[in-house]
Design a protein around this ligand. Structure first.
Ligand code: ATP
Ligand code: MN
Ligand code: MN
Length: 381
């Protein structure tokens, strides 16, 4: 399934630090990300285009320099001289000077050197030079394809291969939210904003997102991005959600307007990192359609009890409860490193990461973010 993830945007260099024994590179901080840059290229406060991990840059060797030639440049988590580097920075000047792109540069009326916007000369698209402005499409960045839904080796073994055909897909219901989690590196201010809030920490399972809903007498099953018309076309989804869990009947019996969201994991999904012999479904969230917000931990536990699918058995693995007060970003990231706590997993499987959810409703929502294990990311490469 295609992604609409924002992979590149304008940001400022927050800090620069030297790397021991390195004289041509240094470490820049952008939001909560640490990224290696060419030494002396930037000053603290400079605006750059920041590209997140999983970006594939277009075949613009110009961005990269001669070292990487004209290959498509994939941005992954790397370790250089003992330092983790995640992402890639492009100087604004290089964006403008690129020979394959004709842009008009509009400067500030009074401040001569200050660029206020770029205009794509061909498409007339206006790109304001504002923090956070999404330039993924403008630059032509795409996402590294992960193995969603596919088994080891990929190919025709996907649990979705038969269901994900156009004739079997409907638009994702507008009254439900698609599952997603922001990386803590993109919202490091949460550590202060929600310092005194109690968080529930669960393991982030590496599978495929499935949503089962019931609303106004209608029920259905969705993948990450679409509602599926004929679930029977997928042996696994049919077996696990409809036959084993009887999820739609349980929802209908309950008569609540809710969407149960969980991860399907198993032999044919995402390389089956847990070494499971049978597919299973692990709930991570319940969306309350009437109030248009996610259920709190307690509401989720109550609803699952009513459905006779106890959270302890059918939920994602519980890791701990905690407050963020006094925690550094690096500590939240280090916490993600560790082995999977999934029952039935083969031993010593590095987990993908953690998801944090506030136990209370803050400003009418449950606050959530993910902390992806850098150990896991490095091993994956
Ligand atoms: P990417 O965004 O890089 O494409 P992705 O498709 O794995 O990666 P993420 O944004 O990384 O999605 O993470 C959000 C997804 O994590 C959710 O859509 C959900 O399917 C999955 N998930 C797994 N475990 C949990 C959990 N414990 N809590 C919440 N979401 C979880
Ligand atoms: Mn995502
Ligand atoms: Mn995932």
């Amino acid at each position: 399934e295609e992604s609409d993830r924002v992979l590149a945007y304008f940001e400022r260099i927050k800090a620069l630090e030297p790397i021991k024994g390195a004289d041509v590179i240094e470490i820049a901080t952008v939001l909560g990300w640490r990224v290696i840059v060419k030494k002396g290229l930037y000053k603290v406060g400079d605006m750059v285009v920041y590209c997140e991990i999983d970006s594939v840059l277009p075949k613009w060797d110009y961005f990269i320099g001669d070292r990487l030639d004209k290959c498509q440049f994939k941005i992954k988590t790397i370790k250089l001289r003992g330092e983790l580097s995640q992402g890639y920075c492009i100087p604004i000047k290089q964006l403008i000077a690129h020979p394959e792109r004709t842009v008009t540069v509009n400067y500030h009326k009074e401040i001569k050197d200050e660029i206020v916007e770029l205009v794509d000369t061909n498409t007339k698209e206006v790109i304001p030079l504002q923090i956070g402005y999404n330039v993924t499409k403008f630059i032509g960045i795409t996402k590294i394809q992960d193995n969603h839904g596919r088994g080891r080796g990929g190919g025709g073994t996907s649990i979705f291969s038969k269901v994900m055909v156009k004739s079997n897909l409907l638009e994702f219901p507008s009254f439900i939210r698609k599952t997603d989690q922001t990386r803590i590196q993109n919202c490091p201010h949460y550590l202060e904003d929600f310092a005194q809030v109690q968080f529930e920490v669960t393991e982030k399972l590496e599978g495929s997102s499935i949503t089962a809903y019931h609303h106004k007498g209608v029920s259905g099953i969705c993948s990450r991005n679409y509602e599926i018309k004929n679930v029977e076309e997928s042996v696994e989804i049919n077996q696990v959600l409809l036959k084993d869990l009887n999820i739609l009947e349980r929802l209908q019996k309950l008569k609540l307007s809710i969407a149960i969201q969980g991860e399907i994991i198993g032999p044919k999904i995402q390389g089956n990192i847990y070494g499971l012999e049978k597919s299973e479904f692990r709930v991570f969230d319940i969306f309350l359609i009437e109030t248009q917000r996610y259920a709190t931990h307690q509401e989720r536990v109550d609803i699952m009890k009513q459905m006779e699918l106890p959270w302890e058995d059918y939920g994602v693995p519980f890791i701990c409860e905690m407050k963020l007060a006094g925690k550094k970003l690096s500590e939240i990231l280090d916490m993600a490193n560790g082995f999977s706590q999934l029952k039935g997993s083969r031993p010593k499987v590095l987990r993908e990461g953690l998801v944090f959810k506030s136990k209370s409703v803050e400003n009418n929502r449950v606050v959530t973010f993910k902390s992806i294990s850098n150990q896991y990311l490095l091993k994956k490469e």
